[in-house]
Design a protein around this ligand. Sequence first.
Ligand code: CA
Length: 237
Amino acid sequence: MRILVIEDELKVARFLKKGLEAEGYEVETAGDGKSGEKLARTEAFDLILLDVLLPKKDGFEILRDLRKDEIRIPILMLTARSTTEDIVGGLDQGADDYLTKPFAFTELLARIRSLMRRGTVKTKLKYQDLLLDTIAHKASRCGKPIELTAREYALLEYLMRNRGKLVSRQELSKEIWGYNFDPGTNVVDVYVNHLRNKIDSDFTVKLLQTERGKGYYLSEKKMTFKPAKGTATGKFA
Ligand code: CA
């Protein structure tokens, strides 16, 4: 499960990132309103922790603009202003919950779990008949459990979040292994092949596709990708 933390106080942001990662969540942070909103619009998150007082664009404006554009990612507001007016205003504009600073980390975790129980935060990713539980890190296809290693799971979750999009070996190397792509090894291809055997070999419809020499993508049929400047496809040379 991926959480975006939009918070300008570096100490708080670091503390939240470290604590949430220790609980098994994936965390991205943004230190101002503009870059935070951009991340919220361009990447896939399951939950946003949104501070109110932020440089460049405040939390309420971000909330309002995301909801105006029908972006329904669950949002938990972190507010230093404890006045009822602010809180009611935030909930009216489409926030799912709020916490008044300073708060106990255990309380934050409890609020997140409560949003998950209410179904506000989706903990399942689905593509065709393939299902991922992003909390338990388990996969199944047509209801049949698929045993995956931690790397294979991470690879599959990344491909599912980017379904229909061509993902280069470079990108996978950086996102899953955390290092720059080494053209001299085929570690990415080896893992993708293991994953493909596990999710596709028993099924007629193949989901994990290869774009020769460029990368991989999740789709129930072959797609065509035009190389474009500045895209993952274009950068791969
Ligand atoms: Ca702040």
